[in-house]
Design a binder for this molecule. Sequence first.
Ligand code: 26W
Length: 826
Amino acid sequence: MAKTTKTRESFDKELFKRSVLYNIKTLYRRTLEEATPQQIYQAASLAIKDQIIDQWMDTQKAMEEQDPKIVYYMSMEFLMGRAFGNNLINLRAYEGVGEVMDELGVDLNLIEDQEPDPALGNGGLGRLAACFLDSLASLNYVAYGCGIRYKYGMFRQEIHDGYQVEKPDDWLVNGNPFELRRQEYAKEIKFGGYVRMYQDENGRTMFKQEDYQAVRAVPYDLPVLGYGNGVVDTLRIWDAEPINNFQLDSFDKGDYQKAVEQENLAKQICEVLYPNDNHIAGKELRLKQQYFFISASVQTAVQKYLKNHDDIKKFYEKNVFQLNDTHPTVAVAELMRVLMDDYYLEWDEAWDVTTKTCCYTNHTIMAEALEKWPQDLFQRLLPRIYQIVEEINRRFNIEIVNRYSNDHNASVDEKLRKMAILYDNQVRMAHLAIVGSHSVNGVAKLHTEILEKRELKDFYEMMPEKFNNKTNGITQRRFLMHANPLLADWCTKKVGDGWITDLTVLKGLKKTAATAKAGKEFMAIKKKNKERLAKYILQHNGIQIDPDSIYDCQVKRLHEYKRQLLNILHVIYLYDKIKSDPKFDMPKETFIFGAKAAAGYRIAKLTIKLINSVADVVNNDPDVNGRIKVVFIEDYRVSNAELIFAAADVSEQISTASREASGTGNMKMMLNGAVTIGTMDGANVEIVGEVGKDNAFIFGMSSDEVIEHERKNDYDPMSIYNSDAVIKKTVDHLIDGTFSKDKELFRPLWNSLLNTKDTSKADTYFILKDFHSYAEAQSKVRKAYEDKAGWAKMAMLQTACCGKFSSDRTIEEYVKDIWHLDKIKI
Ligand code: 26W
């Protein structure tokens, strides 16, 4: 750790050391020698927090003086990952703290490992939110992340006999040293009851929710540090508490039942993150979670604004709400409610403010992820909000009628059917989000195109001005500086440290990439990172892998559309090749998987079992002779992801074209010098655009081809199976006992490819169709890897060309096109 993490001059090592020792003493009545690593971690965190608080207060002061516009990033998920190391990096104190720990005889890595991963998110959408906060603070913007303080985050995954077992993620057992409870900002949130209408003394019609159940929303603030700029933004996550503690006399008043109910409601709301990714469960509790954190956040934003502004009609000039997918969409109606019921705006005035404040990002086209709520449930839980949604819908329907009744090319009925917010006894959240926002964006060029041309075509035609693309990005501070300090230092040595705040600086490496010497250095670093991962895998999985083998990595949520099954079928195919031709020559290759499956997703869980079963057979077959190895890394999460990205040679991005909205793991691997094998899907398209098609291994159908097959409904995997002996043999290994004594065990996977009962449900993700093209791309990868110098050059080019994929670039685009924020000066 040399140049890159060089500590700022103002960091006072002696003061920090004293502070750690003092904290150990006052918190635990212990000396350093007596303290556990967890206690040292807590003590060191508090010492860091002390420094953060000063900057946090300075940021608040600057905000009050400069009155910049603020973005509220509203999201049910923030997959922050560990804060300790990241805070040290952004404080520019990582190296200094490392030295202090050395002097104390403490291993900094061991201390970092004491922190549980805050995993308040499922996958891509939640991690994107975390990268965005890092970039916002680093670029001097004032931002609030608004979310939920789940007691249990994403479950911990254990593998028992090859199967996923979910264990609760009790991330708060030892407390969270970085958080601040702000009970003075608590808000009341109301559910249920009915709406009473009456005239007030000024003759205004008023709407009042009565006979409701209430909970108290209490915010906890987490600091979000900008890199080296003294800015500290806030992630505000809400916890639920009972409104009034159990009062004995409520029993006498006949309120006993209600008191119990309210208490239970408060206990439930923030209990656990829904572990579904790209699939709705449609549970009432989830809608409660949504309204809970949105109502609290909207009330807060309005009150904060009115502290130093008097015209609520100009709220949008100083505030913008970004809705992270449809999950926070009740914000549209909640803001309307607050503006009308609490601040007496007329409908049109409130609507003007609301639509100018709200913006919506779509993150998926997967039909099963589209949020729709049963109308009666929505109405029962949120009676006033429902009234407002009804009125938004009524007015929007009139707009549709006005717009299309004289249009001979359009049928008004069809437009209403396709676009109404309330339809078929459902509340369609995406439609509410689009109608209530002034900006609708997709997360990669291809994805936005698909939204405009297909998924949201009618909306695009009616309001094209709202639509725009914002290709996702990732933060280089976490995914290069923290994840891969060796490579970070190497980059700094070659092109200076400007890349830390401007990733395009890395394009300076292109010249470097041409030299053999640089290639050797680059691959030597890769090797070190591969050894680090091998050590982790040996410790956690008990499997020995060879750091000289190709590390082929697919780490992401387990989902059929992401096609982990295609990957493992290809391994099975290679295994067959080796078995039938003992001399089959290939470079050693390790296939690394990491993935959590939603707890109720049967096929996904069975895929995990299959990967582990294939690993058992392949890894222990003497005929294989170490040529291929398969590893499933347990409990994939941000902290071990960092180790994997740094060590990857090959980045598997093999979703069925059109299905992966963007992907961000693809960018993290690229940044660390992994070469992509992938389909032309999501941001892969743009990755190829940057690195050039000769420096990526692209295969499979295009998104147009996929969509065309679906339209014509003419894909027949059975005919492929019957006419292609290789595919038949490979697929039949699922049911011939090769990987399980119970031949029926993997039958559901076989059926998912070749559903004989309902052919329209066979191989919906085109695995067999893309199989040969994938196998061929894999064989090209092996060939390319054998040319050591050529590979080194290609790997370096990945790092050199990934400037576009910094979340700093993404955030600047949001600011310029949508948010129009002001930078603050500290
Ligand atoms: C209601 C259940 C549910 C939960 C999560 C539905 C949908 C989601 C997310 C929108 C799924 C998600 O994380 N999507 C991913 O978003 C990333 C960030 O934009 C993209 O890079 C991924 O391609 C996309 O799958």
